[in-house]
Design a protein around this ligand. Structure first.
Ligand code: PPE
Length: 306
C-alpha cells in the first residue's frame, strides 16, 4: 500500500517514511486517544485538487474537542503541509490521512499530560472495496456487533480508539464471506458501515440515516445529498432505517471517502433490486464521478487546488 511513499509530515517537518515512528508508551497506543481524517485528492480536469478539504479540517478539529485535545497547528499550517506533501510525493491523486494523537507522556487515562502529535501521510489508494464493487455492487451482512451509542463514544468524532468497533464488524463480515458489514445501532436500527454511510432508495426517493442514529457525519454523505438534490431527488436525511427496510429496498449504496459511492447488491443473502447497481445509484454515482473528474464551476468550492 505504501510502496513508493517517501515522506510523512510529522509535527512540522517532512521526515523520511522509515523515520515516521512513535514511542511504544504513546498514550494513543494504549487508550486510543487519537483523531484522524480520510480525504481524497483527485486529478481533476482543472488540475490536482483536494476534495472538500475545508469540511475535513472542520471535522478534524471538532473530533478532538471532546477529548480536551488541542491540535497544535492551525488550519493554514495543516493546509500548507498537506499540499506541499502531495507536491513533494509527486502524486496527482491520492488518499490523505491526517492524524492527531496523544504521544509519549505519563500513562493513566487522563490524557492531558501527554503531548499532542500531528502527522499527515499521503499515498495512492484505489477503490476501497475493489474496482468491480463500484460497478457490480457488494454483498454485505448485518453485523452481530452493534455500533456504540454517541452517549458512549461521540460518534461524530473520528476517534481512533472507536474504530475497534469497525474492526470487529469487518472481521466478522469477512470471515462469513461478505465484502462488508452493516452495523445496527443500540436501538437496532441501521447506523452505518464500518467505514461508510448508507443510503436507501425507495420509490425514487433517497433515505439516509440521521445524525442521531450513531453515525459519523460523513462528508461524502453530505456531498451525495447535495448532488442528489441537484439532480431533483427528494432526500430524507433525518430518518431511522430498520433492518427489514434494508431487505425490501429498491436500491442501497454506501458512501465514504475511501468507498466513494459503492452499490450494495445483497444484504444477508437477500438480493437488492436486480442484484446489481440500480438506476438511481448509477445516476448519482455517475454524477459524483463527473464532479470529481471535472471540478465544475457549480461545485468549485468543493476543491482546493494542489
Ligand atoms: N462512517 C464511518 C465509520 C467512517 O469511517 C467513514 C469514513 C464514513 C462513515 C464516511 O465518511 P466520509 O469519508 O466523511 O464520507 N471512513 C474513512 C476511513 C476508512 C478506513 O478504512 O480507514 C474513509 O473513508 O476515509
Amino acid at each position: 500500500m505504501f510502496e513508493g511513499v517517501e515522506e510523512v509530515w510529522m509535527d512540522g517537518e517532512f521526515v523520511d517514511f522509515e523515520d515516521a515512528t512513535t514511542h511504544v508508551l504513546s498514550h494513543a497506543l494504549h487508550y486510543g486517544t487519537g483523531v484522524f481524517e480520510g480525504v481524497r485528492c483527485y486529478d481533476t480536469a482543472k488540475g490536482s485538487a483536494v476534495f472538500r478539504w475545508d469540511e475535513h479540517l472542520d471535522r478534524f478539529y471538532q473530533s478532538a474537542k471532546p477529548y480536551d485535545m488541542e491540535i497544535p497547528f492551525d488550519r493554514d499550517e495543516l493546509t500548507e503541509a498537506t499540499l506541499e506533501l502531495i507536491r513533494r510525493e509527486g502524486l496527482d491523486s491520492c488518499y490523505i490521512r491526517p492524524l492527531a494523537f496523544r504521544g509519549h507522556g505519563p500513562l493513566g487515562v487522563d490524557p492531558r499530560g501527554a503531548p499532542v502529535s500531528v502527522t499527515v501521510a499521503v499515498w495512492p489508494w484505489g477503490a476501497y472495496l475493489g474496482e468491480e464493487a463500484l460497478e457490480e455492487g457488494v454483498d454485505v451482512a448485518v453485523s452481530s456487533w452493534r455500533k456504540h451509542a454517541s452517549s458512549q463514544i461521540p460518534t461524530n468524532s473520528k476517534t481512533t480508539g472507536a474504530y475497534v468497533n469497525s474492526v470487529l464488524a469487518s472481521l466478522e463480515a469477512d470471515s462469513n464471506g461478505y465484502v462488508e458489514a452493516i452495523v445496527l445501532n443500540k436501538e437496532g436500527n441501521v447506523a452505518e458501515g464500518p467505514g461508510e454511510n448508507l443510503f436507501l432508495v425507495r420509490d425514487g426517493e433517497l433515505y439516509t440515516t440521521g445524525l442521531s442514529e450513531s453515525i459519523l457525519d460523513g462528508i461524502t454523505r453530505q456531498s451525495v445529498i447535495e448532488i442528489a438534490e441537484d439532480l431533483g431527488y427528494e432526500v430524507h436525511d433525518t430518518v431511522s432505517i430498520s433492518r427489514g427496510e434494508l431487505y425490501t429496498a429498491d436500491e442501497l449504496f454506501f458512501t465514504g471517502t475511501a468507498a466513494e459511492v459503492t452499490p450494495i447488491r445483497s444484504v444477508d443473502d437477500n438480493v437488492i433490486g436486480e442484484g446489481t447497481k440500480g438506476p438511481v445509484t448509477d445516476e448519482i454515482q455517475t454524477k459524483f464521478f463527473e464532479v470529481i473528474e471535472d471540478a465544475p464551476e457549480a461545485y468549485a468550492d468543493w476543491f482546493t487546488p494542489v
